[in-house]
Design a protein around this ligand. Structure first.
Ligand code: PHE
Length: 338
C-alpha cells in the first residue's frame, strides 16, 4: 500500500510540472484529490489494512495530500499573478500623452437671455404661455385692431403662407389666444420666435420676442412703468436710467417705447446709440378697448398693459455684439465665448 501511495505521489508530482494553465490544474486536482480521484480510491482500501497500520498509513495519505495541495496552490497563485501582469501590460497608461479635449456644450446666448427674461418675470408672478408660429391673419392683425387696409400692416413685412395664413410677425397674437381662454386677473409672458422680411446687421428674418401682459380691474400705466422698470433694472444694472417715450401701436392706447441709457457709453453718446445716449428696448402700452372687445372682455371693467421686447437686441447690448447675424451662423468660435 505504501508503495502504491509513493508511486501515486511521484506520478502526481511529475505530472504537475507539465500543467500549463488554471483549467489544467483544476482538472488535475480533481483527478488526484477529488472525491472520486485516485487518492480517494486508494483510501477505500484502508479497511483491508490491519488495525495497527491504519494510523500510520492514514497519516501518510494526509501528508501526500498536503504536499500535492501545496503544489497546486502555489501553481494557481503563480498563474493568477502572471495573468494579472499580462493584463496590466495591455492596460499600460502613458501619463505623458496630452489630455483629450472634452467639448462642453453651452446654452446659446439667445437662449441664455430668453431664460433670464423669463426668470425675472416668473419672479414677479407671471405665467408662461406659448402660441403657434404659423398664425392666421385674424390673430396676428385683425383681433389686434389692425384691419386689412390699416397702414400699420406696412410696418411689418409679413411672410404669407396663404391668403389668411402667415408666419407671425410678433408675439402679440398670444395675447388674444390667452385672453380668449382665460378670464382676468392675468399675468402672462409669451416668449417665442417671430418672422419678418428683413435682413441686415440689426435684422434677421427670424428673431425672438417676449410678450408680456397683465389684466385686472385696476391696472394703470403706473403698473406698467413699475413692472418694466423693475424688469430692466434686474436685467441690466440697478441704476440704469429708463425713459418712456410716447409712441403708437394699434393694439395699445396710450402707447410708449421704452429706452434705457446706452449701456455702451453710459449715455455720453456713441456709435451704438447713434449719439443720443439712449437705446430703445421695448414697445408697450395700455391694452386697447378694441382688443378687449375682440376677446369678449368688458373694457369698462377691466384694464391692462402689454409690452413686447426683442431678445436679440437685448443680447447684443448685454454682450456687446454689433452684428445680429452672428447669432445664427452657429460658428462655435463665436458661440463658445458665452
Ligand atoms: N408687438 C409689438 C411689436 O412687435 C410690440 C408691442 C407689444 C407693443 C405689446 C405694445 C404692446 O413691435
Amino acid at each position: 500500500m505504501k508503495e502504491r501511495l509513493l508511486q501515486l505521489e511521484k506520478a502526481a508530482l511529475s505530472e504537475i510540472s507539465s500543467l500549463k494553465n488554471k483549467e489544467a490544474v483544476l482538472e488535475f486536482k480533481n483527478k488526484y484529490l477529488g472525491r472520486k480521484g485516485e487518492l480517494a480510491a486508494l483510501t477505500k482500501e484502508f479497511g483491508k489494512l490491519p488495525p495497527e497500520e491504519r494510523p500510520i498509513v492514514g497519516e501518510f495519505i494526509n501528508s501526500i495530500r498536503g504536499r500535492i495541495e501545496e503544489r497546486i496552490n502555489n501553481l494557481l497563485t503563480a498563474f493568477a499573478q502572471s495573468e494579472r501582469e499580462q493584463r496590466l501590460k495591455g492596460e499600460k497608461i502613458d501619463a505623458t500623452l496630452p489630455g483629450r479635449y472634452l467639448a462642453l456644450g453651452k446654452r446659446h446666448p439667445i437662449t441664455q437671455v430668453m431664460d433670464e427674461v423669463v426668470k425675472i418675470f416668473s419672479g414677479m408672478g407671471f405665467a408662461v404661455a406659448e402660441g403657434p408660429e404659423i398664425e392666421t391673419d385674424y390673430y396676428n392683425f385683425e383681433a389686434l385692431n389692425i384691419p386689412k387696409d390699416h397702414p400699420a400692416r406696412d410696418m411689418q413685412d409679413t411672410f404669407y403662407i396663404g391668403e389668411d395664413v402667415l408666419l407671425r410677425t410678433h408675439t402679440s397674437p398670444v395675447q388674444i389666444r390667452v385672453m380668449q381662454n382665460k378670464k382676468p386677473p392675468l399675468r402672462v409672458i409669451a416668449p417665442g420666435k417671430v418672422y419678418r422680411r428683413d435682413s441686415d446687421v440689426t435684422h434677421t428674418p427670424m428673431f425672438h420676442q417676449v410678450e408680456g401682459f397683465m389684466v385686472d380691474e385696476t391696472i394703470t400705466f403706473g403698473d406698467l412703468k413699475g413692472v418694466l422698470t423693475a424688469f430692466l433694472h434686474s436685467l441690466f444694472r440697478e441704476d440704469t436710467a429708463i425713459r418712456f417715450r410716447p409712441s403708437f401701436f394699434p393694439f395699445t392706447e396710450p402707447s410708449a417705447e421704452v429706452d434705457i441709457q446706452c449701456v455702451i457709453c453710459n449715455g455720453k453718446g456713441c456709435r451704438v446709440c447713434k449719439g443720443s445716449g439712449w437705446l430703445e428696448v421695448l414697445g408697450a402700452g395700455m391694452i386697447h378697448p378694441m382688443v378687449f372687445k375682440a376677446v369678449g372682455y368688458d373694457s369698462e371693467r377691466f384694464s391692462g398693459f402689454a409690452f413686447g421686447l426683442g431678445i436679440e437686441r437685448i443680447a447684443m447690448l448685454k454682450f456687446g455684439i454689433d452684428d445680429i447675424r452672428l447669432f445664427f451662423e452657429n460658428d462655435v468660435r463665436f458661440l463658445r465665448q458665452f
